[in-house]
Ligand binder design. Structure first.
Ligand code: ADP
Ligand code: MG
Length: 434
C-alpha cells in the first residue's frame, strides 16, 4: 500500500512537467510564474489528497511542488503553492498547527534562494534544488522530535519514526532530483529551439549579405582599374590622394573577399597536400612581416603527412592565425609553430608570447567583425575557423592575458605519397637553409 501510494505521489509531482512539456511547449520553464504556480498547486493538492498515513507520518511528496515552485517559478508561483497547501491542509483538518508550521518552514529556505537561483548554471541549479529539497525533511524531523519529546513517546516508537523519516527524506530528495533534471532538460530544449531559430535567421542574413558583397565587388574592381590608370597620369597632390584612395579601396576589397570567403569558402581545387609544406610556405610568406615586427618565428614540422584540401584555403587560414600571433607579440617575442601527428590526425599548435586575451575576449573570437585593432577587420579568425571546420577539422584557443596565446588546429590527415612530395621537398630544403 505504502509503495503504491508513494509511486502515485511520484506521478503526481511529475504531472506538472508532463503537462508543461505537452501543452505549454512554447512557454519556457521559469518564465511564466502563474503557469508554474497553477500546475504545482494542482500537484500539491493531489499530493495531499492522496497522502498515506502510517507510523505517525504522512507519506507523500507535498513539499516537492513547493520547493520546485519557489525555485523554478519564483515568489508568485511559490506563494500560490503555499496558499493552496494551507487551504487544502485546513480543509483536511487534523493537527493544523503542525501542518501550518511545517508548510511555512518548507517555504522559508527556497524563498531565500530565489534571487541567486537563476544566476547558477544548470548543474548548480539541480544541486541547489536537491539540497533545498532536503530542508522540508529536516524541518519535519525537528518538529516530530519536538512533538515526541512533549508527548514522551516510547523509545521503540521513536526509532521507528526516525527510520520512517530517513526513508521519507531519501525518497523526497530523489523525487526533487528527478523533477529538477526534467525541468532542466525542458529549459535546455527550449534554449536549443531558440538557438536553431537564431541560426536559421543568421544564415539567411549571411546569404543576403554575401550576395550584396558579391555585387559590390564588381563595380569596385572597375573603379579600382580606372583609378589606377588615373594614378599613373596624375602628378602632385592628386597623385598622393589617389594613392590613398587606392589603398583604402584595396582594404575594402580585401574585407569583401574575406567576408565572401567566410560566407562560402570556395574549395576550388581539392588535392592531397603535404601539411609541413603548406606551413613552410606560409611561414616564408610571413617572414618579412615578422622581421619587421621584430618577432622570431620558430617552426617544428613533421614531414610525410598529407591533408586533402584546397591549399590556398588552408594557407589563408594559417596566415590569419599566425599573423594574429605576430601582431599580438611585442618586439623580441616569439611565435612557435609546431605540427605533430597521431594516427590520422595532425595537431598544429601556434603559440605566441604576446599580450594574450581574457576569457571574455576568447569568447568573442570568431564573431564577425570583432577586432581590437585600429586597422583590423575582425574577419581573420572567423574565416580561419570556417575554413578549418569545412575541412572537417577543429580549432581551439587557449590564452592568458599578458602571457600569450595558444591556438590548436586539429586536421584529418593521411600518410601516403603523391606527386606533391617532390614539390614539397623543395620547400623543405628552403627551410633547412634558413
Ligand atoms: P583582426 O586581426 O583584423 O583584428 P581577427 O579576427 O584576426 O581580426 O582577430 C580578432 C581579434 O582577436 C583581434 O583584434 C585580437 O584582439 C584578438 N586576437 C586574435 N588572435 C590573438 C592572439 N594570438 N593574441 C591576442 N589577441 C588575439
Ligand atoms: Mg587578424
Amino acid at each position: 500500500m505504502l509503495a503504491e501510494k508513494l509511486l502515485l505521489n511520484v506521478l503526481i509531482i511529475l504531472l506538472p512537467i508532463f503537462i508543461h512539456s505537452v501543452l505549454f511547449d512554447n512557454k519556457r520553464v521559469g518564465k511564466s510564474p502563474y503557469l508554474c504556480g497553477v500546475l504545482q498547486s494542482v500537484a500539491v493538492f493531489l499530493s495531499l489528497a492522496f497522502s498515506f498515513e502510517d507510523g505517525g507520518l504522512y507519506w507523500d511528496l507535498r513539499y516537492v511542488p513547493m520547493v520546485v515552485a519557489f525555485l523554478y517559478g519564483g515568489p508568485i508561483a511559490g506563494t500560490m503553492v503555499l496558499v493552496t497547501y494551507l487551504a487544502t491542509r485546513t480543509f483536511m483538518g487534523g493537527d493544523l498547527l503542525l501542518g501550518y508550521v511545517s508548510g511555512f518552514l518548507a517555504a522559508v529556505i527556497p524563498f531565500m534562494f530565489l534571487k541567486k537561483f537563476w544566476t547558477f548554471d544548470a548543474k548548480k541549479r539541480i544541486r541547489t534544488t536537491v539540497l533545498v529539497g532536503l530542508w522540508p525533511s529536516l524541518s519535519m524531523l525537528v518538529i516530530l522530535v519536538a512533538n515526541m519529546l512533549i508527548n514522551e513517546a516510547s523509545a521503540e516508537n521513536t526509532n521507528q519514526i526516525m527510520l520512517n523519516i530517513a526513508i521519507f527524506g531519501a525518497i523526497q530528495v530523489c523525487a526533487v532530483w528527478i523533477v529538477a533534471i526534467l525541468n532542466e532538460s525542458l529549459i535546455e530544449k527550449d534554449l536549443m529551439k531558440k538557438e536553431i531559430l537564431r541560426a536559421e535567421k543568421l544564415n539567411t542574413l549571411g546569404e543576403l549579405a554575401a550576395s550584396i558583397a558579391h555585387e559590390i565587388r564588381n563595380p569596385l574592381t572597375v573603379v579600382k582599374g580606372f583609378l589606377q590608370m588615373m594614378h599613373k597620369q596624375e602628378k602632385g597632390d592628386n597623385h598622393y590622394y589617389l594613392s590613398l584612395v587606392l589603398t583604402e579601396l584595396g582594404r575594402a576589397e580585401s574585407i569583401i573577399n574575406d567576408y565572401l570567403n567566410f560566407a562560402k569558402p570556395q574549395f576550388e581545387k581539392m588535392e592531397g597536400a603535404e601539411l609541413a609544406g603548406i606551413i613552410t610556405e606560409v611561414t616564408l610568406l610571413l617572414e618579412a612581416f615578422a622581421a619587421k615586427e621584430g618577432v622570431q618565428v620558430n617552426v617544428k614540422l613533421e614531414w610525410g603527412i598529407f591533408v586533402k584540401t584546397d591549399r590556398n584555403q588552408l594557407k589563408q587560414a594559417l596566415v590569419n592565425i599566425i599573423k594574429n600571433g605576430i601582431e599580438a607579440t611585442d618586439e623580441g617575442g616569439e611565435v612557435n609553430i609546431s605540427q605533430v601527428s597521431t594516427g590520422n590526425e595532425s595537431y598544429i599548435v601556434i603559440s605566441d608570447t604576446g599580450k594574450g586575451m581574457d576569457s571574455a575576449q576568447i569568447a568573442r573570437l570568431g564573431t564577425l567583425f570583432y577586432t581590437t585593432k585600429d586597422k583590423g577587420t575582425g574577419l581573420g579568425t572567423s574565416v580561419s575557423i570556417k575554413i578549418i571546420e569545412t575541412m572537417g577539422g577543429s580549432i581551439s584557443f587557449k590564452s592568458e592575458k599578458g602571457v600569450g596565446t595558444e591556438v590548436t588546429i586539429i586536421l584529418p590527415t593521411f600518410v601516403s605519397s603523391s606527386s606533391n612530395v617532390a614539390h614539397d621537398s623543395v620547400k623543405r630544403d628552403m627551410v633547412m637553409k634558413q
